[in-house]
Design a protein around this ligand. Sequence first.
Ligand SMILES: Nc1nc2c(c(=O)[nH]1)N[C@H]1C(S)=C(S)[C@@H](COP(=O)(O)OP(=O)(O)OC[C@H]3O[C@@H](n4cnc5c(=O)[nH]c(N)nc54)[C@H](O)[C@@H]3O)O[C@H]1N2
Ligand SMILES: Nc1nc2c(c(=O)[nH]1)N[C@H]1C(S)=C(S)[C@@H](COP(=O)(O)OP(=O)(O)OC[C@H]3O[C@@H](n4cnc5c(=O)[nH]c(N)nc54)[C@H](O)[C@@H]3O)O[C@H]1N2
Ligand code: SF4
Ligand SMILES: [Mo]
Length: 697
Amino acid sequence: MDGYHRQMPGPSPVSAPHPAGDAREVRGACPHDCPDTCALLTTVRDGVAIRVHGNPEHRPTDGVLCTKVSRYTERSYHPERLLQPLKRVGPKGSGRYEPVGWDEALDAIAARLKDIAARDAQAILPYSYCGTMGLVQGESMAGRFFHRLGASLLDRTICATAGGEGLTQTLGGKVGMKVEFFAESKLIVIWGSNSIASNLHFWRLAQEAKRNGARLVCIDPRKTETADKCHEHLQLRPGTDGALALALMHELVVNDWLDHDYIARNTVGWQGLRERAMGWTPERAAQICGIPAQQIRDLARDWGTTRPAAIRLNYGMQRVRGGGNAARAIACLPALTGAWRHRAGGLLLSSSGMFPIDRATLQRPDLLAGRAPRTINMVTIGDDLQRPSSAQFGPRVEAVVVYNSNPLAVAPESAKVVQGFAREDLFTVVIEHFQTDTADYADYILPATTQLEHWDIHASYGHTDVLLNRPAIAPLGQAWTNTAVFRALAARMGFDEPCFADDDQALCRQAFGARVDFQQLLDVGFATLRIPDAPFADGGFPTPSGKCEFFSERLARQGLDGLPDHLPNHELAGSSSVYPLAMISPPARNFLNSTFPNVRSLRDIEGEPLLEICESDALARGIVSGSVVRVFNDRGEYRCKAQVSDRARQGVVNGLGIWWRKLGLDGTNVNQLTSQKLTDLGRGPVFYDCLVEVQAA
Ligand SMILES: Nc1nc2c(c(=O)[nH]1)N[C@H]1C(S)=C(S)[C@@H](COP(=O)(O)OP(=O)(O)OC[C@H]3O[C@@H](n4cnc5c(=O)[nH]c(N)nc54)[C@H](O)[C@@H]3O)O[C@H]1N2
Ligand SMILES: Nc1nc2c(c(=O)[nH]1)N[C@H]1C(S)=C(S)[C@@H](COP(=O)(O)OP(=O)(O)OC[C@H]3O[C@@H](n4cnc5c(=O)[nH]c(N)nc54)[C@H](O)[C@@H]3O)O[C@H]1N2
Ligand code: SF4
Ligand SMILES: [Mo]
């Protein structure tokens, strides 16, 4: 459906003039939802971006980008880029639109929102996530607009809240090791992460450690390309990480591989945790995890006796019912052995909590002025768009404004999400670069600028640098920044607070205020936060007690288990369910969530939507590689090609995501099968807690 242009596109009609042939480099930041937050250099000639490459001066980037973003010009100048506002002319979902002017579109949108707000602004729902991680084109002006309006609040849970909450209850926040010191570790446990695909710059550090003699262990139900390159792979069943972590503790206790001094001084709840762990013999966990008990014993010995030892935890392990508890259990392991004492020891899930972001200034929740709108969980958008008004729910959702997200492709139980967005009485605005699955259901589609065309400022969840993104080229066509859209809507709604006049550079400055040297960002493009090399060597965790909380008083007060435990999946393989296979749907290497499937050269590498299935499960079903299969459960059916592969373990099938529905064989993707059930902590999604059956089609 897209033309693939190998040649560089011609200059855009509105780009700023530059002396012919005089190329310049513009410093920026990768906007994608990836822990690496690379520093970009864009080569611009005659107002046209001709190359995007990694900034060699930025240490975490080290001059290297992933394949996706090194092809960024192909995405930005894609012939199907949305370049003018569009108004729906066909039925919802048909994708039929006609161009309209910005004024006409904005007038119509503002009139409709005003009309709804006059009854109850909570009937309006913003829906956004991390299409861009930029703090400005993310939730700055948009936050101000929806707060002032009194719209429903969105619980932005679709990725990381279970693990984030687990970490917060244990360590006090999304804090951990500084990523660069993984290079000095002697044992690296890569847990729930396909680093080569999704955290490439960490993988480079792990490789450096390996060259210096470190042992690499991977814990993942899928035999990923990362697992292939580690010394050891624990190929456990999805959603069993909590059991594994407790059994590791069991072995640390019985072999006394414990740092008693660190535990005594810097932890809370040791006696309770010790007792809990004693119930988790390696044999018990091995049965649940579906791996040999000896593998658990060996890993415990490695963890208990290697210094320095570090865990790179990632979000892949927390998209199951017990994800929050599993993250809690794993986060206890470094304190038990005193791994935090060394700068190359400890754990990193996310570094985002270490950034002093001034969200209150950016998003201005004070504009709610005492109102307390209801909160809608983005994971349950499928159900929530169908709900009638009620005392409990509040008003029926009458309008959704989508930006930086593609809910039809990324949210669970898509059939319901589609039904919701297909409602004739729902008013939908989508601000996008492309006509995504979601945009097909919009009443108005507004063309957004890409990272090459706007200012932004970035924190990171994989390192500890702040990055500034300067626009490299002028907006293409009639594309507007997200901030410009919300400024213009605010003006039409009559919101006259001065904050609606802040321009994007002012917003960039406000993001960190005086806490980051903005002049340095302007001069160099990035600035490193000042954080001790081994932040928890002597405790000092940002928890209420200042210690690593094996036992969380805060959870106990909510009536929850104060200690971490193993919580089995909602949908348990081997249970009495008629659906015998567990399906996981982790990221594809050449896509970034639902971004890039429409970029031809990257799609060609990924090929087509595939379901990996192991030989014995395939044989039992008469399935061969390349044949079309029906993957189904009570929520729906999804057709794709099978790939018989040892990347899948027995009982588990892998459907790499996140394809656009309209690029699938039958106009669906894996999320046709996933459920809207939630995690134990953080109200997150359970994408990898999903039973299915597979048949040859
Ligand atoms: N190329 C690429 N990079 C990405 C993304 C992408 O889509 N493509 N997505 C980005 C996003 S949004 C995020 S949140 C981050 C982090 O995103 P993550 O989803 O953590 O990314 P991965 O590390 O690729 O994948 C997680 C790994 O966890 C495994 N896994 C699945 N279930 C379980 C389980 O129960 N236990 C364990 N131990 N492992 C399990 C999967 O097989 C997979 O290999 O990556 C980002 N980076
Ligand atoms: N089955 C399954 N489903 C999953 C996952 C999984 O592993 N398996 N992963 C989940 C995870 S971890 C996440 S984070 C979510 C991701 O969900 P999303 O954040 O919704 O996905 P993205 O594809 O990253 O971004 C969505 C859109 O933002 C747009 N965009 C980018 N920049 C801009 C901008 O500056 N302005 C505007 N207006 N739009 C912009 C892009 O064009 C893209 O279409 O998906 C979740 N869904
Ligand atoms: S997607 Fe990740 S690895 Fe690729 S350029 Fe962006 S930050 Fe770097
Ligand atoms: Mo994510």
